[in-house]
Design a binder for this molecule. Structure first.
Ligand SMILES: [Zn+2]
Length: 330
């Protein structure tokens, strides 16, 4: 039997306030998110293509589409999002559009059997409209919150992304415990693609555990922005939904990490060397033993056994030399 493969797809990038990524312990607020125009960083946006030998190709998230990146006023016109978001919030080179990348793998959008949506934020579902016939899996709590205030202003941003979807599959987590998770959902029935509830970033944020021959890959969406966020007591992102639930989800991921020795964590926006290295290493869809060892060495150098972070690995904002508001996160 051919093995399950995972291909990271880089779907452009987004300009975010540094505090959105790293200001969670300083209670970086929604107001600061909107008002801080002095400390931006660019971070990549990722979706993932999963090739399953018998179930067909799946996606985890869909990234953004060209309307969001290049036609801000038209795309967001009529919604307050036109003014809350900067018109250069997204950057999507033509070669990074999801349909272009799928074509390189030999697929048309209509070939995609299913899409797992980690959560309803628009940088994860911006191209969902390309897959109207696919089965769209997402946590039931997220599905039920889709038109409600529980998702904040988010529903204003994405109606055109989701209106085409015909085949919603809200997921109930009724499967067995794994690691720190007391429930799971094995959506293909063979243990290769297991969804885990990781709420807190949004009401029903969901992570996908992909079990391949060589490694286990946890695709977290934005339950964690980068691998460093595993050290939740020292590195924390802006809280967008429920802080207590958010921290609880990361503790469960820590436990899963302890329980599965071959686990690596791939978030959607990881700009660190860990994320960059692992995504490059997955160009062929599978992680080699050498790359898995590299990841484990990086983790040992970064975290102590209770997920405290090595102070040398703490993030910091590096302003641009020319005074441009877009700096770097080290
Ligand atoms: Zn995101």
């Amino acid at each position: 039997m051919t093995a399950v493969k995972v291909f990271p797809l880089r779907i452009g990038r987004t300009k975010v306030p540094y505090g959105q990524f790293y200001g969670g312990l300083d209670t970086f607020s929604l107001t600061e998110f909107v008002q801080d125009k002095d400390h931006f960083i660019w971070v990549p946006i990722h979706a993932f293509l999963i090739e399953h030998p018998s179930a067909g190709p799946f996606l985890v998230d869909t990234g953004i589409g060209p309307g969001q990146a290049d036609e801000h006023a038209r795309y967001y016109g009529g919604s307050i999002m036109e003014y809350l978001m900067d018109d250069d919030e997204y950057d999507l080179p033509a070669g990074e559009r999801i349909e272009v990348q799928l074509e390189r793998h030999g697929y048309r959008p209509a070939d995609i059997r299913g899409v797992v949506v980690t959560h309803f934020h628009e940088d994860h579902i911006g191209s969902l409209n390309l897959f109207p016939g696919a089965e769209v899996y997402l946590g039931r709590d997220e599905y039920e919150a889709r038109d409600s205030k529980a998702l904040g202003l988010v529903p204003l941003a994405y109606p055109r992304s989701i209106e085409a979807v015909e085949n919603w599959r809200p997921v109930d987590f009724t499967g067995p415990a794994i690691g720190g998770f007391d429930r799971s959902a094995d959506i293909l029935g063979d243990g290769s693609l297991v969804l885990l509830p990781t709420p807190g970033h949004s009401p029903g944020s969901t992570s996908a555990l992909v079990r391949t021959d060589s490694s286990d890959l946890l695709l977290t969406g934005d339950a964690m922005y980068t691998i460093r966020h595993l050290a939740v007591d020292h590195v924390r992102q802006m809280q967008t939904d429920n802080a207590e639930t958010f921290v609880d989800s990361i503790r469960r991921i820590q436990w899963l990490h302890r329980a599965l020795p071959n686990l690596v964590i791939l978030t959607s926006h990881d700009h660190t060397e860990y994320g960059e290295h692992l995504r490059g290493a997955l160009a062929g869809g599978e992680l080699s033993e050498a790359d898995l060892s590299w990841a484990k060495a990086w983790e040992r150098e970064t975290f102590d056994p209770v997920f405290g972070i090595n102070p040398a690995k703490l993030p910091r904002f590096v302003p641009a030399a020319d005074g441009d508001p877009v700096g770097l996160a080290r």
